[in-house]
Ligand binder design. Structure first.
Ligand code: KG4
Ligand code: ZN
Length: 334
């Protein structure tokens, strides 16, 4: 089954075709990131307008690789995300579904992130129950996946998401004004000896739950940075280590509490080198297979949307089709 996925939750306009949930036949991503750098944050109206500009060229490119007549279904991100951006993707998907007379599958963006692993690995190797850590710019969630479509929310951030904390800290340290997580991480990797190691808090690390909190950490970075002339790479490394300490230990706690058979990582922050390597070490100690998405599939893309649709395929009635609309605040359990 060949599914066309469309993803427009924020500043990426993406379309992919994935066969049987795992084989990518087309992969196209356009981004309006450069247009948001000046303002230091995504401007929803600009993001939505760029979605309109990019949508047709992106689809044209995909249809050059896979003729539209070969497509069996269309999947689209329903939320969470920016309302204006989501509308563009949903309306394009609805129009295509009607024109091609194919089923439409609405997909939760957060759940789509899980499926980067089903493309990056042999799906048969991913055994349930699996524990999924989704870490992105807007979310940090721990989810127990009993099976496709059978999810149990365990916990998540009470305030800032991990990616958001990375981006805000990159701004505080004057590393980058917008989406500075990757640059902060690159700089942190250059730190050889750290005079500020252990000086930031590890929020909720020892609490007996699966929740996270990163907003206090950002304030602590601000205080540390203002205090003295510490080298920026040392502060960046201490910040990254504090975030990774909490993400890894909470994930490992949940994995052992629920005796899971696999651990999956997903979302933009899953590209973080320290997070990947330290989770790998801890999962190995526990002898739990860990699945990390290919770097290319960590961020927002439409292959994950198409894969999620294959594994969660439910044909819609015409009435339900008409009712599909963007849901900017969709949660994992909706
Ligand atoms: O999943 P994603 O592409 O978009 C959302 O759904 O939010 O995640 C984007 C987030 C941004 O906050 C970005 O700075 C962060 O992922 N990110 C990273 C790295 N690569 C992307 N954070 C830390 N280290 C990285 N290597
Ligand atoms: Zn995302």
């Amino acid at each position: 089954m060949k599914i066309l996925g469309i993803e427009t939750s924020c500043d990426e306009t993406a379309a992919s075709v994935v066969e049987n949930g795992t084989t990518e036949l087309a992969f196209v991503v356009a981004s309006s990131k450069d247009f948001h750098e000046k303002t230091g944050g995504v401007v929803p109206e600009i993001a939505a307008r760029k979605q309109v500009d990019f949508m047709i060229p992106v689809l044209d490119q995909v249809f050059k690789e896979v003729p539209k007549e070969e497509i069996d279904a269309i999947a689209v991100t329903q939320g969470p995300g920016l309302i204006g951006s989501l509308i563009v993707g949903i309306e394009a998907a609805k129009a295509l579904a009607l024109a091609l007379d194919k089923p439409l599958v609405p997909i939760n963006h957060l759940i789509a992130h899980f499926y980067a692993n089903f493309i990056s690995h042999n799906p048969a190797d991913i055994k349930f129950p699996a524990l999924v850590l989704v870490v992105s710019g807007g979310h940090t969630d721990l989810v127990l996946m009993h099976d496709h479509g059978d999810l149990q929310y365990l916990g998540g951030t009470l305030d800032d998401a991990a990616g958001e904390a990375f981006d805000k800290t990159a701004r505080i340290l004057d590393i980058a004004s917008y989406l500075g997580g990757p640059q902060l991480s690159k700089l942190a990797a250059t730190c050889k000896q750290n005079s500020v190691a252990g000086s930031l808090p590890r929020p909720l690390l020892n609490k007996d739950n699966y929740d996270f909190s990163f907003s206090g950490l950002k304030t602590a970075v601000k205080r540390l940075w203002a205090q003295n002339d510490f080298p920026v790479e040392e502060v960046a490394c201490e910040f990254e280590t504090a975030v990774v300490d909490v993400l890894v230990e909470k994930t490992i706690k949940a994995a052992s509490d629920f005796s899971v058979q696999s651990i999956l990582l997903g979302g933009g922050v899953s590209a973080n080198t320290q997070l990947r390597s330290r989770l790998q070490l801890r999962a190995k100690e526990l002898e739990i297979p860990l699945f990390l998405p290919e770097l290319r599939l960590c961020g927002d893309n439409a292959s994950t949307v198409a894969s999620a649709a294959f594994y969660n395929f439910t044909p819609l009635s015409l009435e339900d089709f008409k009712r599909i609309s963007p849901n900017p605040s969709l949660s994992i359990t909706d």
